[in-house]
Design a protein around this ligand. Structure first.
Ligand code: NDP
Length: 255
């Protein structure tokens, strides 16, 4: 996949899709920068990467993407001297219809899912131009389709898709590719962090089998595999794409 020796930043590497993605890059022989806020979880990902590849070079940066974007890029360059791939994965959501969601929730979701990606991309871009690298953004099927009661999350991911396409055009003349993946329901901590109890989460995952054409939900490694593809030379003629990794959910309409 030509990712050996490449320097890769994965935001939100402390859990779920980001942890699986970090491990997948470690297996490819990449030098992986693991960022997130939860230091204990970052340690677990670090251990998993070392199990995947005992020679892997890692850098752990405990950081909040809403405030530390410049630090994440600078610390990476100070350590490795270059940047080849930026995976903007960190993200979160908040339930709430327009009748009850407040502006603080709007700001938190947009700052985490969109503004941080703008800042990380801005600080990373000059380094990616030097290496002719690439960016993969982790969006959602919620960027492609609308869901009630979670409008700000859907809006943040739709904006992220448009940002992906626009920045792909900005950076194409420099041979830097920019793409996104749009996962369907994937088994991670995401829905519990949205406020689901264990029982509600289990019920939601069971129900989700009916909302995905393949009749099941996805696993983090299935998204990680697509991220590896989009970051590698195997996708050398793909830029500005938003790729659903959703068991066909985006193609479905209620009957
Ligand atoms: P998890 O909740 O398991 O992981 C979320 C990750 O984002 C954690 O590593 C968390 O780090 C990090 N994160 C959140 N906010 C911040 C912040 N302010 N600063 C730094 N890191 C932050 O969920 P997933 O793995 O599922 O989510 C990863 C991405 O996938 C998100 O962008 C999500 O929107 C997207 N997605 C997920 C789907 C799903 O069904 N799971 C479906 C579609 C898209 P920490 O815990 O260290 O704070």
């Amino acid at each position: 996949m030509s990712l050996a020796g490449k320097v890769v930043i994965v935001t939100g590497a402390s859990s779920g899709i980001g942890a699986a993605t970090a491990e997948a890059f470690a297996k490819q022989g990449s030098k992986v920068v693991l960022t997130g806020r939860n230091q204990a979880n970052l340690k677990s990902t670090e251990a998993a990467c070392k199990t995947a590849n005992s020679n892997v070079e890692l850098l752990v940066i405990a950081a909040d993407v809403t405030t530390d974007a410049e630090k994440i890029i600078k610390t990476t360059i100070d350590k490795f001297g270059q940047l080849d791939v930026l995976v903007n994965n960190a993200g979160m959501g908040k339930w709430g219809s327009i009748l009850d969601i407040d502006v603080d929730q709007f700001d938190l979701v947009m700052n985490t899912n969109l503004r941080s990606v703008f800042l990380l991309t801005k600080y990373a871009a000059p380094h990616l131009v030097k290496t002719q690298g690439s960016i993969v953004n982790v969006s959602s099927v919620a960027g492609l389709r609308s869901f009630e009661g979670i409008s700000v999350y859907c809006t943040s991911k739709a904006a992220l898709d448009q940002f992906t396409r626009c920045i792909a055009l900005d950076l194409a003349p420099k041979n830097v590719r920019v793409n996104a993946v749009n996962p369907g329901v994937i088994v991670t901590e995401f829905h519990k962090r949205l406020g689901f109890s264990d029982e509600e989460d289990a019920k939601f995952l069971e129900h989700s089998k009916t909302t995905h054409a393949l009749g099941r939900v996805g696993e983090p490694n299935e998204v990680a595999d697509a991220i590896i593809f989009l970051a590698s030379d195997s996708s050398s003629f793909i830029t500005g794409a938003t790729l659903p990794i959703d068991g066909g959910r985006h193609a479905m309409c209620p009957r």
